[in-house]
Structure formats: C-alpha cells, structure tokens
Design a binder for this molecule. Structure first.
Ligand code: SF4
Ligand code: SF4
Length: 103
C-alpha cells in the first residue's frame, strides 16, 4: 500500500494536507502537494476522500489488489466515486456521503 500524488492533476487546494492525521503531506514550491513521509502513511484514505482533482493514487499492493492496482476518487457533490483500477479494467463504487455513517 502506498500513496502517490500526481503534480499534473493537483490543483493545490491543500485539503489533503489539512486532513492527513499524521501531517505527512506538504505543499512544495509549486503549490502542489507532496507526500513527504510515505513510509509513515497507514492508508487511512482521508486524503483520497478530500481530493476533488483525482490527483491521489492509493496503490493497493500485491496482496490486496495485485501488482500495479490502485484506487483514486472523484467527487460529485456528496457522492464519492471510488475508482478501482487493475490492469486494463476499472470499476467504480459510489458512496453517498450523507448516508455513509448510517448503520
Ligand atoms: S487534495 Fe488533491 S488537488 Fe488538493 S492539494 Fe491535495 S492532491 Fe492537490
Ligand atoms: S492515507 Fe491517510 S495517513 Fe496516508 S497520506 Fe493519506 S491522509 Fe495521510
């Protein structure tokens, strides 16, 4: 499991920096976010949930999704779309965030 941020997609909103509970993400001189301490990331996905630009990839690792598989998100109002990419396939799981804490 690892997080990577695409500087070409990052719009510099800073939300990932604000929500990371370990303060692992910082802005660089180009106002793009970088994960500074990737080894300390425990994969909580808070940064993915906040990124409106789909700039953050969460690599699942060989034991979860297979080598090279990853997640990224897209937001549409209160709907969060989880994109799961593996080899040449992409699946989407949509969560209504207004109801996601209902049990
Ligand atoms: S939340 Fe996404 S777009 Fe905003 S600074 Fe972080 S990586 Fe960039
Ligand atoms: S997954 Fe969680 S711990 Fe890791 S960088 Fe994102 S917000 Fe921080």
């Amino acid at each position: 499991m690892s997080i990577r941020i695409d500087p070409n997609k990052c719009i510099g909103c800073g939300k990932c920096c604000e929500v990371c509970p370990g303060s692992l993400i910082v802005k660089n001189e180009e106002n793009k976010s970088d994960i500074k301490y990737p080894r300390d990331c425990w994969g909580c996905t808070s940064c993915l949930k906040e990124c409106q630009a789909g700039a953050i990839r969460y690599y699942l690792g060989a034991d979860m999704g297979g080598n090279g598989s990853y997640l990224y998100t897209k937001k549409d109002r209160h709907f969060l779309h989880w994109h799961i990419v593996k080899e040449n396939t992409e699946e989407i799981i949509t969560i209504n965030q207004l109801e996601s804490n209902n049990y």
